[in-house]
Ligand binder design. Structure first.
Ligand SMILES: [Fe+2]
Ligand SMILES: [Fe+2]
Length: 294
């Protein structure tokens, strides 16, 4: 088996497809609330990942390093397929079974387009400073998508709980690609800005929003779910899911934050490209489009 360059594995999109016809609404059997905690990803990612691509189109002209440019293009290609694939869950898995996510996804779209759009929100900020800020936010989020990608690759408890295989393949294919391209956003940030203080500040902006969005998203999904009459996600549901190993806990998230805030942090020191490639070599969706293992 060849040595992997953890900083620069090859990054190319795999144009996967998923068929949602047999995936139940509660794809973790008997765990509707835990299902909706994870489903929040499908609400946020299509708009969020399209926003990454939009912002990176603006960074490309600033990057002269040929290798980084190539990695950015591979990253943009992968994120575009991720966004499209999670959109498929919204349209063909949730909506088809009577759960309408659109009132919330319209708000998420608005947030990315307007609050995090191209115009600086404060007159004291230049367009370039605002771009650096948004690139910093993306680097912080991409740290979490990578460590959560590794988490989902390793989460045997979800298989033991009987989670739907198509949904698990979507989440693990996506997680594996997040591990694969985990250095790109950080390297872009270092290239266009690199200031530690900005990494610190942007991380908190992105990360403090995360638990709020998970709670608000899960509460919305429970309300909109035609089979759950008036159920509300409670802290005890979250704790139970964490104890069962089917949702990442606070301890995991805080440890990941501490790793990111180290001055000598680099994403290549986190996660394992080998494990990601091993999964992609067996992923039904990746194999169906003829992706050849490394
Ligand atoms: Fe992604
Ligand atoms: Fe990503």
């Amino acid at each position: 088996m060849s040595e992997i360059d953890e900083r620069h594995p090859a990054i190319t999109p795999r144009r996967v497809k998923f068929d949602w016809a047999d995936t139940p609404l509660h794809w973790i059997p008997g765990e509707p609330v835990a299902t909706h905690f994870i489903n929040v990803l499908h609400l946020l990612l299509p708009a969020g990942e399209r926003w990454f691509v939009h912002v990176y189109k603006q960074t490309l002209p600033l990057v002269e390093d040929e290798r980084l440019r190539k990695e950015i293009k591979g990253f943009m290609g992968q994120e575009a397929v991720h966004a499209y694939s999670h959109q498929g869950v919204l349209d063909r898995q949730m909506l088809a079974q009577g759960l309408d996510p659109r009132p919330l996804t319209r708000r998420v779209e608005w947030m990315f387009r307007h609050m995090l759009g191209d115009r600086p929100p404060l007159p004291v900020l230049t367009r370039r400073q605002w771009l650096n800020f948004r690139v910093g936010v993306i680097a912080g989020i991409e740290h979490y998508t990578a460590v959560l990608g590794q988490w989902i690759l390793d989460a045997r408890e979800l298989d033991e709980a009987g989670a739907d295989p198509t949904m698990m393949d979507l989440l693990r294919w996506h997680g594996a690609e997040e591990v694969e391209h985990r250095s790109v956003a950080f390297d872009v940030y270092q290239y266009v800005s690199g200031a530690y203080w900005r990494r610190f500040v942007t991380f908190f902006v992105g990360v403090l929003a995360m638990p709020l969005m998970v709670y608000a998203g899960a509460a919305y999904l429970c309300r909109a779910d035609p089979t759950l009459k008036g159920v509300r996600p409670r802290v005890r549901d979250y704790r139970r899911a964490v104890r069962r190993g089917i949702f990442p806990g606070n301890r995991f998230m805080v440890a990941a934050a501490r790793a990111y805030l180290r001055r000598d942090y680099h994403p290549s020191k986190e996660c394992s490209t080998r494990k990601a490639l091993d999964y992609l070599a067996t992923s039904p969706a990746a194999r169906a489009v003829g992706h050849k293992p490394e």
